[in-house]
Design a protein around this ligand. Structure first.
Ligand SMILES: Cc1cc2nc3c(=O)[nH]c(=O)nc-3n(C[C@H](O)[C@H](O)[C@H](O)COP(=O)(O)OP(=O)(O)OC[C@H]3O[C@@H](n4cnc5c(N)ncnc54)[C@H](O)[C@@H]3O)c2cc1C
Ligand code: SF4
Ligand code: SF4
Length: 1808
């Protein structure tokens, strides 16, 4: 800056903006500088600083627009909501912000006086002298020139300013990007894809930048194909970045800040006229000299750049010689490791300053060099680079001299771009995201396959741009110029060193990650990206991991809600099972410890004296402090909503309506005593169904400042969920989706909030008023303001709370943990001695008594729960709430699904009982008898040092652990007294007294007269309360109470006016007239003595009739801004309106007999507006997004409009109305009807239905349970695809029936040994895959589901999409041998499938088998030997599923494997246990051959411990893995057993010999035990017994009986066997079916106890003597008793013992001196470990865990392999450097196929 005025003294006035000042002070500082400098006059300076919203204003005068355009080159606009008043001695003026969010009203009198204030009525004025009444319009200036003694008109003033300089000419000097592209002949849409030949999933850049499949599918694909970010639901319960042991991008540490209370969020869609992303970038000219050179800047319409645009900017100097662009590489050599990170940042900053010195105007930071050169280059985070350089340049006063741009592989999400902009970037080219678009297009993965590349890029940028606008608008910022560099973020868990260097000024309260950790994450990701690349081994198919970032996935990111916890909770509350609650609580404590800040805390009992728990207040007292979350009726079903209400009412807690309103009928208790009424009634920005009655019927009124936990978000309810019932409750239209406005239109400041609190208090003096805030830095100050504004109650919500539907950017990145917000609020309130006045509540993923105790100690005396009570009611966290497809009837309005709701209020009660009891235990340990004694005693908390890891060790929780009572001793630290609302002085008291006769029902009508002044606020609300209380929602008959006022009414005149009240006001009124009008009638007209024309003068203020639901209003004059916003049923007539009239309207009728402002009808989805468009200007003012314009043609409608005008004239004496009526035929043609498109369709349908002759009601259509049943084999490929396209995946689970692999007919299949079943056809598989709901928490993958964490929902989706190769890749990420599991697995996954709760589950196993069979058929299963060998040798003993999977994994990791087995064929029980008809041995051999081809050596006939020395193997190998199975059979030692020399055999003797003979000679060699012609008894059920049955039948046995000692299982799940446990139910397996078909009877005999064998003289068994038994439960344990006289003899000449296995055989165990557990299984160092106590020897499979399943064997093998690989790495790393150790990445995944950093190395034992 340079100034003629200040000359050399300029430096002395720095800093221009004084530190520590308010926003207004900063504004003042700059304005003063500009005015004192003299280049601009005061009005000009104000115009520069607070420009109108000019960008999107097509109606603006071009000269004025040019001025503002010039101003945008000079300075960023100040766009906060404010009314600025100013004076310099000559001029006195006022200016309103561009949104017009503050009121400014004025009178001009005939005595040359102008009275201007934020309200009318501040000074009494004789009406006769008033010549005009006006209000300041948005962005306009009111100026009085005292020299000239006149009011300077805004347009006159601005016109003259605009012509002072040739601004139009000047702005031509600015460089427009499009012009630049033309000049350089560059096509901005040209597709340039780097690494184009590398498939997307193998592009190393993706992994190195921590891409996940979810990000591609959930975030990017919808943005690319639809131009929109997708919606999510149920909040964010994932681990905080600062606690995650896995690498994270630094963006994840930042949370977006948002406006709450102090300034309003904006709706960037409906109010886009004020929003702009356009920015001037590049060097600023001198601010203090006005001149054309100020326009020498580059203008970007959006900060997002395509690659050609970036290229154009780089080449700019070819056409603009002074515009040099310098690219700075932000990568460093991988070899430097962690030590390379900071020096790289230093270099980048240095190079930036050098570039500026040599004249660069653009600096482009680029990570394009990533991965290049032999050793590879790792990149700084783009955010670190931008923030680092930006702050470096600011510190060196260089920032204004360049444009700072970033070319990055890293950024792709809206949040990323916001951060880059917020920390100084001027433009961003997301190169990798653009390449991904190209690659997705090439791959055909984009849904709309016809769209060209440029359209996809356009869509993506559009979604990003809209996302940025949304984030900006949450803070109330409308222009990118103001947002850039504004750092509207808070960091959670970043160290001060990082903050001060790159993000100076950002709040990061708990410190945390240092540059070292940031660098380590970058290196880990880089190394991980190399796996599978040239010269590196690929253990699994190279494809994007599904990391569980958004939805829980097995092995993925930690979440608080885990499937096993959910199962335990549901069991606990349904069965009243304390043990299950304890399991649930333990699971929750562990999850919370991994994910949240409170997880790092522990109770410090060293300072307390524990008391017996009996002395603690009872649970019944505690639960009164519990509330449930504001889950609206609409987002959840009536059944769920009402169950919660009944539960909470029964325990004295409170349920919350949410923002959807509630039917009045619910307030009438049911005969059984159930009370369905929600005690808390919420008042949200949407104001759905908020009537006088609704308010009167509340115990608490909650003002919701945030949607879910997301301030600045409008709640969304999909049209499909707006049923008739929901629509009538919300007073809207069925079928039309609802979006609540982000802002409350009556809260733009703390004063407005105070007014709303007052309104509500008056509307229900008995209810406490609560304000819901969300945790963020500064929330304490806001809360203090809220307490001063007289809220009775404050809720601090955590960031993680649920939302019915919200964009992912908001869910993930807005809001902070409640621990921070609560502690800050409590401390601030105590410091200001306000805590004693308010109750403090918190919510956000509170799960257990421990969470509640911590919340209490941090300052909350009440707590809210949302997700957990829903889980108690049956919610399974599908996270599909917004789709209306909740399969358990909770988050749905679909009647079919609602019928499935099985929750009961007592489930919620039981949950709260257990939770309160857990809390009581903690209270006792802390010595607290009551909650009151506990609130805010943070000294009872300490950091749990043993829980800290290298990631969390640096977190500093002391800010939240500071006890507030130590900050200001002696003041209240818990609520002790009520707020003083001073309601006794209200005008309403007089009205109530006067109307007493009517209120008591003693008279039918009363007329009252009263004077009113502007301090009489919310007049009528208390009168309405009394009417509602006494007469219900219907109120009184029209005009029962008529009040005639005179004067200027205060704010909220007639708010929530109840039916039967008519208010007539002669005078004028302020803001919020008729807010929430509920049936009353409002009439306002100017004093009769006034002479000014009413249609030119303001009669009522801003936001009138906001959220009106019914009633009538007649205003003789103009209404200011935001008239009838969210009107849903009122009829209103006025004579003109300001900007944004009828916004979000959903019902009612509005007649406007005069001019309107801009943005009329934005977001209007219902109701109709009729505007008299005398000047034919209306189309330019209407927001046409959702409405159409029509003329008034229908005679009936014309008549109706006329009647309203007649009423208007009648009530108000309007001259305008009278004129219209007088010449109605002339005027009728000037009316424009504004009709919402969807609403018209609806009315037409309703009309058609009403006119149609009554039809006989057709029987309800049954849901389609099948898809056309044509013989699949006859279908052509085209037909298959056409059928597939018709499938409905969203509702597939409701529409299609389960079908599994069909068995061959039982009668004929016993004649051969071929496999029993065949695969489903492709079309059938598409249908089955369409049944999968792609659950948010896929229980099929949980602990109780698939043990290997198969990524079932994903491959189901891919099969549904017919994408078999990708499905195979997904499958092979977790399962080495799907061809085995797909055939023999008993599918615990299906037992856990969510669908199985009330429908047959998804056919997971069939789909699995089909994928792998298809892969073999297609030749995709080819040998893929590892790229490099490690030189490590591993011996595996045993070749069953465990041995084979260990071998497979370790071989892929590059180790050399030899597998030994005592059998002549490899495969363990796969080969010689499970018979051929279940698993074809050719398939086993095929797999063995594949593994051999990949380099594994198989040594058969090697009986280790017998003919091979185990110690020798130990010596010659680095590792020995014992996988010898559990093959020691259990014997039946009963009388006759030893005598039975023949005829009694173990099942395995029978089965093994059979398979061997079958394979060797097709049973021709006779080397097997034949059952032919024999009576066979199989003792023991289970798989083995069944296989014996099937085998015996195939031999041709005479009879077969199967003994089972236990009783027959139930057909359905028993109560002690709830979902999702493995179902112990009666099943008919293949052998049983075959016997049934063959002998006509199921072979199973239950409750049979074998007593003795009958043996003949030759020692041949002849039968078994048995007795029947009975099982009873005694003290919870099963007890067996023999039944008298139940002896029975069963004839047999072959008895097969199939009673399970005792453990492994012991030859190897002995030789290697392994230890065994009591069950003789091999003992490992820990339960979850595979290392035995002998170094280098590991064990896996049935020999370690006991007899189990093939899938467990595979899982054991995989986990063991990971441990072995890590063990081998440890040995190697002992000689490596520290940083190598820390950076080590194993190529082997954990369950779910997910690669994880070695946690072991980063755990620190305890902080010293
Ligand atoms: C008849 C039968 C049917 C079954 N059906 C099913 C089913 O349908 N679905 C299912 O999921 N599960 C089934 N199971 C269970 C499943 O087969 C086992 O749980 C699984 O095979 C265990 O795998 P593993 O690798 O631990 O051991 P195993 O498969 O038992 O393999 C161990 C191998 O080690 C070898 N071995 C042992 N000692 C030595 C030694 N000293 N030297 C060299 N080699 C040695 C053995 O010969 C054997 O080949 C069945 C089991 C049986 C017996
Ligand atoms: S392996 Fe078994 S549990 Fe896992 S998905 Fe397949 S069938 Fe289900
Ligand atoms: S298989 Fe079942 S549990 Fe798994 S994602 Fe699909 S529907 Fe959900």
């Amino acid at each position: 800056m340079a100034s003629d005025t200040f000359g050399d003294h300029l430096e002395k006035i720095y800093p221009i903006i004084e530190e520590g000042g308010s926003d207004s002070a900063a504004f003042d500082n700059v304005l003063e500088l500009l005015v004192v400098n003299g280049a601009l006059t005061l009005p000009e300076a104000v115009m520069v600083m607070i420009p109108e919203a000019w960008q999107a204003n097509e109606l603006m005068d071009p000269d004025k627009k040019a001025f503002y355009q010039w101003a945008s080159h000079v300075e960023e606009p100040f766009d906060g909501p404010a009314l600025f008043t100013f004076s310099d001695g000559r001029y006195v003026g006022a200016n309103l912000d561009r949104n017009g969010l503050r009121p400014c009203r004025y009178y001009i009198t005939s005595t040359d006086l102008m009275i201007c204030a934020s309200e009318v009525g501040t000074v009494p004025v004789d009406p006769e002298i008033i010549v005009s009444k006006g209000r300041l319009h948005p962005g306009k200036m009111l100026l009085v020139d005292t020299h000239e003694g006149r009011l300077v008109d805004d347009s006159e003033l601005k016109q003259s300013v605009a012509q002072k300089h040739p601004y139009k000419e000047w702005i031509k000097r600015s460089i427009c990007l499009n012009t630049l592209l033309n000049q350089l002949h560059i096509d901005p849409n040209h597709m340039v894809v780097d690494n184009a030949s590398i498939p997307l999933e193998q592009d190393t850049r993706l992994i190195a930048n921590n891409y996940s499949l979810e990000q591609l599918n959930l975030l990017m694909l919808p943005m690319i194909s639809d131009g929109k970010e997708t919606l999510g639901s149920m909040g964010n319960d994932a681990v905080l970045a600062c606690m995650d042991e896995q690498p994270r991008l630094i963006y994840d540490y930042f949370k977006q800040l948002f406006a709450q209370v102090t300034n309003p969020p904006i709706d960037p869609i409906r109010e886009q006229i004020v929003m702009s992303l356009s920015c001037c970038v590049g060097p600023f000219a001198n601010l203090l000299t006005v001149g054309p050179e100020q326009c020498d800047r580059l203008v970007l319409d959006s900060p997002m750049l395509t690659k050609p645009q970036m290229h154009a900017i780089r080449s700019m100097n070819k056409v603009h010689s002074t515009w040099n662009a310098v690219t700075i590489d932000i990568t460093f050599d991988r070899k430097l490791g962690i030590d390379g990170y900071l020096p790289c940042l230093d270099r980048v900053c240095q190079e930036a300053s050098v570039a500026i010195e040599v004249g660069a105007k653009v600096i482009i930071l680029s990570d394009s060099a990533f991965g290049q050169t032999a050793g590879g280059r790792v990149s700084l985070s783009a955010l670190i680079a931008v923030g680092g350089v930006h702050h470096y340049l600011v510190r060196n006063k260089l920032r204004g001299r360049v444009a700072l741009m970033i070319e990055t592989n890293e950024a792709r999400e809206v949040h990323h771009f916001c951060l880059l902009l917020g920390y100084g970037a001027d433009a961003i080219c997301p190169v990798l995201a653009l390449d991904i678009i190209g690659k997705l297009l090439q791959k055909g993965a984009v849904r709309n396959k016809d769209l060209p590349y440029e359209q996809l890029v356009f869509n993506y940028f559009k979604a990003v741009d809209n996302g940025i606008l949304k984030v900006m608008s949450k803070m109330g910022i409308s222009t990118l110029a103001s947002y850039k560099g504004a750092q509207i973020f808070e960091a959670v868990g970043l160290d001060a060193t990082v903050i001060s260097r790159c993000f100076a000024g950002t709040s990061s309260r708990i410190k945390g990650a240092t540059f070292d950790l940031v660098a380590r994450d970058a290196l880990t990701l880089y190394d991980r990206s190399l796996l599978g690349q040239q010269g590196h081994n690929a253990v699994q198919p190279m494809t994007m991991p599904e990391t569980g970032e958004y939805h829980w996935r097995s092995g993925g990111q930690n979440h608080i809600c885990e499937p096993s916890g959910m199962g335990h909770l549901q069991d606990a509350v349904r069965q009243k099972n304390k043990t299950s609650y304890d399991e649930y609580a333990k699971n929750a404590h562990d999850a919370v410890a991994r994910c949240t800040l409170r997880g790092l805390l522990d109770f410090d009992t060293s300072k307390c004296r524990p008391i017996p728990v009996e002395q603690v207040e009872p649970w019944t007292a505690i639960v009164k402090r519990f509330v449930t979350g504001a889950m609206s009726y609409g987002s959840i079903s009536l059944e769920a909503h009402a169950s919660i209400a009944v539960a909470m009412n029964s325990i004295g807690g409170k349920s919350n309506t949410g923002e959807g309103g509630e039917k009045p009928e619910r307030s009438i208790p049911r005969e059984n005593g159930d009370n369905l009424r929600s005690a808390i009634k919420q008042v949200a920005s949407g104001r759905f169904g908020v009537t006088a009655y609704y308010l009167a019927d509340a115990d608490e009124l909650q003002i919701k400042m945030a949607q879910g936990a997301k301030p600045g978000e409008g709640g969304e309810l999909a049209g499909g969920k707006v049923s008739e019932e929901i629509a009538s409750t919300r007073k809207t239209t069925p079928g039309i989706g609802l979006i609540s406005p982000p802002p409350h239109h009556d809260i733009y400041s703390i004063e407005d909030l105070k007014q709303l609190i007052y309104d509500l208090k008056c509307a229900n003096p008995r209810a406490r008023v609560s304000v819901k805030l969300v945790s963020e830095v500064g929330v304490g100050i806001v809360a203090a303001g809220v307490a001063k504004a007289k809220a009775d109650h404050i809720l601090i919500s955590g960031h993680d709370g649920g939302t019915g539907a919200s964009r992912w950017t908001g869910i993930k990145y807005a809001g902070l943990p409640w621990e921070l917000g609560l502690a800050e609020t409590h401390q601030t309130l105590v410091l200001n001695d306000l805590r004693g006045r308010v109750i403090l509540q918190t919510d956000g993923q509170l799960k257990t008594g421990r969470d509640v105790a911590i919340a209490c100690l941090l300052g909350a005396e009440e707590w809210g729960f949302a997700t957990t009570p829903l889980i108690a009611l049956g919610c399974i966290m599908m996270r599909k709430c917004h789709l209306n497809t909740c399969p358990v009837g909770i988050a749905t309005q679909d009647p079919v699904l609602r019928a499935k709701f099985e929750g009961k209020p007592e489930h919620v009660v039981n949950f709260f009982f257990y939770l309160a009891e857990e809390l009581r235990q903690i209270m006792a340990s802390l010595g607290c008898r009551t909650i009151h004694e506990m609130v805010g005693h943070a000294e009872y908390l300490k950091v749990k040092e043993s829980n800290l890891s290298i990631k969390t060790a640096n977190l500093d929780l002391s800010p939240i652990l500071t006890p507030a009572h130590q900050l200001r001793p002696g003041v209240d630290t818990v609520q002790r007294h009520k707020q003083q609302h001073n309601l006794h002085i209200r005008l309403d008291n007089y009205l109530k007294d006067e109307a007493e006769g009517v209120l008591l029902g003693e008279q039918s009508h009363v007329a009252i007269r009263a004077n009113i002044v502007n301090t009489d606020r919310a007049t009528g609300t208390t009168l309405s309360y009394h009417i509602s209380k006494r007469f219900g929602e219907k109120g009184l008959a029209n005009d029962s109470i008529q009040v005639q006022f005179t004067g200027s009414a205060g704010q909220s005149f007639g708010a929530f006016l109840a039916p039967g009240i008519t208010f007539s006001l002669e005078g004028d009124a302020n803001d919020y007239v008729g807010k929430g009008l509920s049936g009353g009638r409002l009439i306002i007209y100017p004093p009769k003595a006034c002479t000014f024309p009413s249609d030119n003068n303001i009669i009522v203020g801003n936001v009138c009739l906001y959220g009106a639901t019914s009633g009538e209003a007649y205003f003789c004059g103009v209404a200011a801004e935001r008239f009838c916003v969210r009107n849903s049923g009122a009829i209103a007539v006025c004579e003109g309106a300001g900007d944004h009239a009828c916004e979000y309207m959903t019902g009612g009728r509005v007649v406007i007999l005069g001019d309107t402002g801009r943005n009329l009808a934005a977001g209007m989805s219902g109701g109709i507006a009729y505007v008299l468009d005398r000047k034919n200007q209306l189309p330019e003012k209407v927001n046409m997004e959702m409405v159409e314009l029509e003329s008034l043609a229908d005679a009936e409608e014309i008549q109706q409009v006329k009647q309203w005008i007649e009423a208007h004239v009648n009530y108000t004496g309007s001259k305008v109305g009278a004129e219209v009526l007088q010449h109605f035929d002339k005027y009728v043609g000037l009316f424009v009807k504004i009709m919402p498109i969807e609403y018209r369709h609806l009315l037409e349908t309703q009309r058609a239905t009403a006119q149609a002759p009554a039809k006989q009601t057709a029987p309800a259509k049954k849901p389609c349970t099948h898809i056309e049943d044509v013989e699949d084999s006859l279908l052509s490929e085209q037909e298959i695809q056409a059928r597939r396209a018709r499938l409905d995946k969203l509702r597939g689970f409701m529409k299609y029936k389960r079908k599994t692999d069909p068995y061959r007919p039982a009668a004929s299949r016993v004649n051969d040994w071929k496999e029993l079943n065949k695969r489903l056809s492709r079309p059938e598989l598409h249908v089955q895959a369409a049944r999968c709901m792609d659950c948010g928490v896929p229980m099929c993958q949980s602990d109780s589901g698939c043990p290997i964490g198969n990524i079932i929902p994903k491959w189901n989706e891919l099969v549904y999409k017919d994408d078999w190769k990708d499905a195979l890749d997904r499958l092979l990420m977790t399962n080495n041998f799907p061809e085995f599991t797909g055939r023999v697995c008993p599918a615990p996954c299906e037992n856990s499938c969510v669908l199985g709760i009330n429908e047959p589950p998804v056919s997971i196993k069939s789909i699995e088998a089909a994928i792998i069979d298809h892969a073999y058929e297609q030749g995709w299963m080819e040998p893929k030997p590892p790229a490099v060998r490690s030189g490590k040798r591993i011996a595996v003993i045993g070749s069953g599923p465990a041995g084979l999977s260990v071998a497979d994994q370790l071989n892929k990791a590059g180790h050399s494997i030899t597998v030994y087995d005592r059998n002549d064929r490899m495969g363990g029980l796969l080969m010689y246990g499970i018979p051929n008809m279940k698993l074809d041995k050719n398939l086993v051999q095929r797999r063995l051959d594949l593994m051999a081809a990949e380099g594994i050596t198989f040594v058969p006939n090697a009986h280790v411990g017998v003919n091979v020395d185990a110690r020798e193997l130990q010596k010659t190998n680095d590792v020995v893995v014992v996988a010898t199975g559990a093959t020691w059979p259990r014997d039946l030692v009963i009388p006759g057993r030893s005598e039975a020399k023949s005829g009694v055999h173990f099942a395995m003797e029978f089965l093994q010999a059979n398979t061997k003979s079958l394979l060797d000679s097709n049973l021709q060699d006779g080397h097997y035990l034949s059952a032919k012609g024999k009576d066979v008894i199989v003792i023991g059920g289970g798989d083995t017994g069944n296989d014996c049955i099937g085998t015996s039948l195939r031999h041709g046995c005479k009879s077969v009986v199967n003994f089972e000692l236990l009783p027959q299982p139930p057909v359905d799940r028993a109560p002690d066997n709830p979902w999702p446990q493995f179902a112990r139910v009666y099943k008919v397996d293949y052998g049983h079916a075959e016997v049934q078909a063959h002998f006509g009877k199921d072979p199973r005999e239950y409750c049979v106890l074998s007593k003795s064998f009958e043996v003949n003289d030759q020692g041949q068994v002849t039968g078994i003597n048995t007795v029947r038994v009975e099982w009873t439960k005694v003290d919870g344990k099963w007890n067996m008793q023999e039944l008298q006289d139940s002896e029975q003899f069963f004839k047999a000449d072959l008895v097969l013992l199939s009673m399970g296995f005792l453990g492994p055989e012991n030859e190897v165990i002995k030789q290697l001196e392994l230890t065994q557990d009591p069950r003789t299984n091999i003992l490992t160092t820990k339960k979850s470990n595979f290392a035995t106590h002998v170094p280098g020897v590991f064990a896996a499979g049935d020999c370690r865990r006991g007899q189990s399943l093939v899938v467990h064997g595979i899982n054991e093998g995989r986990q063991c392999a990971l441990e072995v690989d890590t063990y081998l790495a440890d040995v190697y790393l002992k000689s490596a450097t520290d940083s190598q150790q820390e950076d080590y990445v194993s190529a082997l995944p954990v369950t779910g196929g997910i690669l994880k950093r070695r946690v072991k190395k980063i755990i620190v034992e305890a902080k010293a």
